[in-house]
Write a protein that binds this ligand. Structure first.
Ligand code: BT5
Length: 232
């Protein structure tokens, strides 16, 4: 008999500063698989102190608390990304691809971003901002093809999709990762590397082969998907 997953404990608030900040601060007093969704964030966070924008009520702004953390904690981010992509596709038919390390894209436009953080107690909080009814210029949203979807519907579908993921997500993640096979520019505080993304390792590191046939492995970084070279 397959083991039933721990049920999700879902809380919904009208407004907060950041759902990630709330779960990180209260991790010890909440059960495993607590979920906090807000209609509006007054200080929504991206990575590296960047901002995450969304008008009140328009988009999915939600964080997930995990007390049970796998050996490679990035797997939780990968699972949320895969579940969100599957749920979005199920609701709209859009072809949603993953961009390493933590974005969801529709035709190279950003649909969602994910921010994972550790609490003082070692728990992991994974937050996703996913554009449902609104997106900034140049980004993507779930309703762009005319579908009528609410953030609450998208969350329900995401939670169900998460619990349908297989025990070993590595092949599913690799298939969904639009970064593989692409020319990429990796931007790091110390400089820039350009090359072809050839693989992703079990611990989530991206493998990039540069023009001098040197292999680089990145655990963190911002990447840009480049257009294929002319004639390639
Ligand atoms: C991310 O950061 O993409 C992670 C975003 C995580 C947001 C969620 S919402 C729920 C939870 N609570 C939080 O406080 N945060 C999480 P990053 O890769 O750094 O991308 C941030 C950049 O994306 C910004 O600098 C903007 O350029 C752009 N951006 C901001 N809002 C956007 C939106 N709605 N759609 C697309 N791009 C956006």
């Amino acid at each position: 008999m397959p083991v039933e997953p721990t049920p999700w404990t879902v809380e919904h608030v009208a407004e907060t500063t950041s759902t990630n900040a709330d779960l990180v601060a209260t991790a010890a007093s909440r059960p495993d698989r607590s979920v906090l969704r807000a209609d509006h964030q007054t200080a929504g966070r991206g990575r590296l102190d960047r901002r995450w924008d969304a008008p009140a009520g328009a988009n999915l702004l939600v964080s997930f608390l995990f007390h049970v953390v796998p050996d490679h904690p990035g797997e939780l981010t990968q699972r949320i990304a895969l579940a969100a992509a599957a749920a979005g596709h199920r609701l709209t038919g859009l072809d949603i691809r993953l961009k390493w390390p933590n974005d969801l894209l529709v035709e190279d436009r950003k649909l969602a971003g994910i921010l994972a953080e550790r609490s003082m107690t070692g728990d992991v909080v994974v937050g996703i901002g996913l554009n449902v009814g609104w997106c900034p210029d140049g980004a993507a949203r779930l309703t762009e093809g005319g579908a009528t979807i609410t953030p609450a519907q998208m969350l329900d579908e995401l939670l169900a999709a998460y619990d349908r993921l297989p025990a070993d997500i590595a092949p599913t993640y690799r298939d969904a990762l639009g970064t593989l096979g692409r020319r990429v520019r990796v931007e790091l505080p110390g400089g820039v590397v350009e090359g072809t993304a050839t693989d992703v390792e079990a611990d989530g590191r991206l493998v990039v082969l540069d023009a001098c046939a040197v292999t680089h492995r990145f655990a963190v970084g911002d990447i840009v998907h480049l257009r294929p070279a002319a004639g390639a």
